[in-house]
Design a protein around this ligand. Structure first.
Ligand code: SF4
Length: 334
């Protein structure tokens, strides 16, 4: 069956072409035929619960796949295939084309080195700058991410900065190699709500100013809708729905997407009764012959949903663009 992706205005900067990743001894793959794309200048979110495979998907864009994994399909960054790539190709992507920002900034920085040394070292090693040039560039980068006194922060140690300030430092570090693609793995999850909004504003500003492709990994569908152009929803290692952010939030097609929206407080509007999704996500030790969401789905039909996994297929187009959904009931709605 041909791989289906929504039409893009520009060729994808990042593309997953049916990527599958399986670990020995597990009942089901971590990723199962993931097809996803991000164009230059486009902000795209990948949303799902913990354990759905989001982070493995993001790391695959740097060629960081679990040791011993069996893989199928391909991931391309600016045309370079990363599955099976040699060390030189991987290094070129990791130090030039793509950068990643992780959830916990304190886990990604040496606590006994000054902020300036952390930033300047990377700028010298990957950018070939002299010490003085690297220091100047580090100053520029800290100012660009909105730190109020960049010269002072360069002399400080990580423990002297708050979590939000340190995440700005990590964003500055990620932008230092002038990447074209920014991968953000839950970049605000460890921060309070006000700081979350500030960090997302910094990321969006950098993305727009530099025309970056941005892949945001998050469990927060509302945050994804507020900051991204398109959204992919992932469940048990598969993409179950994708479309424009506006359409997907206004009229979710997949019962899992609807469940995510119904179980989280909205960013805007008044109080609303929350309805949790029953049950727990399927672990890697479990598999299902049919739809992986069937055991939790309020619309599941015995004899239909438990027979075969629903393919990701075109759904009725939304107001703002095309959509794909993996649900056996999709056919009835097209
Ligand atoms: Fe629910 Fe069936 Fe659709 Fe799966 S295929 S989401 S179980 S209705």
């Amino acid at each position: 069956m041909p791989l289906l992706v929504p039409p893009l205005l520009k060729p994808p900067l990042l593309s997953y072409e049916g990527l599958s990743v399986a670990l020995p001894g597990m009942a089901r793959p971590i990723l199962d035929g993931v097809t996803l794309s991000v164009a230059a200048g486009e902000a795209v979110a990948l949303v799902g619960e913990s354990g759905s495979g989001k982070s493995v998907t993001a790391r695959a864009a740097l060629g960081l796949l679990p040791a011993g994994a069996r893989t199928g399909g391909q991931v391309r960054v600016d045309g370079t295939g990363l599955v099976g790539a040699d060390a030189a190709s991987l290094r070129a992507v990791r130090t030039g084309t793509a950068s990643m920002i992780f959830q916990d900034p304190r886990a990604g920085i040496n606590p006994v080195r000054r902020i300036g040394d952390f930033l300047a070292e990377a700028l010298r090693v990957t950018g070939g700058r002299s010490r003085a040039q690297a220091d100047d560039r580090a100053l520029e980068l800290l100012a660009a991410v909105g730190l109020p006194d960049p010269a002072r922060h360069l002399r400080q140690y990580p423990h002297q900065l708050s979590g939000g300030m340190l995440q700005r430092v990590m964003i500055a570090g990620a932008l230092g190699s002038d990447p074209r693609l920014l991968l953000c793995d839950e970049p605000t999850t460890a921060l309070d709500v006000t700081t979350q909004a500030e960090i997302m504003a910094v990321l969006r500003q950098a993305q727009r100013d530099r025309g970056l492709g941005l892949l945001l990994i998050t469990h927060d569908l509302d945050l994804a809708g507020a900051t991204c152009d398109r959204i992919y929803v992932m469940y048990a290692g598969r993409i179950v729905e994708t479309g424009t952010a506006a359409d997907l939030l206004a009229a979710p097609r997949h019962p899992y997407t609807a469940g995510l929206l119904g179980s989280s407080p909205p960013l805007h509007g008044g109080p609303q009764r929350l309805t949790p999704i029953p049950g727990v996500p399927m672990s890697l030790a479990e598999s299902a012959p049919g739809c992986a969401f069937a055991a939790r789905c309020p619309l599941a039909r015995p004899g239909l949903c438990d027979q075969s996994p629903p393919p990701l297929e075109p759904a009725a187009a939304g107001q703002h663009g095309p959509a794909l959904v993996a649900c056996h009931l999709n056919e009835e709605k097209r």
